[in-house]
Design a protein. Structure first.
Length: 136
């Protein structure tokens, strides 16, 4: 009996972790349009790659005072590698795209840098790849 409970608990944790790390919204991938945002994050002064920067894409326009509040509507996230490059898989529903008027915010947080936000307007189609580089 205890082994069954442990197996069920492990399966639940794995399922939750898979959902949390997929960069998905609360909509399932079957109900939305999947696309990829990729790019390189560099230091604005030196041009050197920014390692371990957290990059996320959010629905709608970001607040004017970046970093003053926790972002809502994250539809994808990634962390830059040693070369400053990232790739995130995103999912958005057609209904949500209409509500936000195809506006998104790219948000970047990195140790030693001020939070960075960039508004992106795009019409998303299934399977598209969009490059979004930034100098922070």
């Amino acid at each position: 009996m205890n082994k069954l409970i442990i197996k069920v608990a492990i399966a639940a944790v794995v399922a939750m972790a898979s959902f949390m790390f997929c960069g998905c919204s609360d909509e399932s991938a079957d109900d939305g349009i999947s696309f990829v945002v990729y790019g390189t994050i560099v230091d604005h002064s030196t041009g050197e790659p920014v390692r371990a920067a957290e990059v996320s894409l959010h629905t709608g326009k970001y607040p004017s005072s970046v970093g003053s509040s926790t972002p809502n509507g994250s539809i994808g996230s990634a962390v830059t590698g040693m070369d400053g490059q990232y790739e995130m898989h995103c999912v958005v529903t057609e209904n949500l795209m209409t509500q936000i008027n195809n506006r998104y915010s790219l948000y970047i947080v990195a140790n030693g840098y001020n939070p960075y936000s960039k508004e992106v307007t795009m019409t998303v189609v299934e399977g598209m790849r969009v490059q979004q580089d930034a100098a922070i």
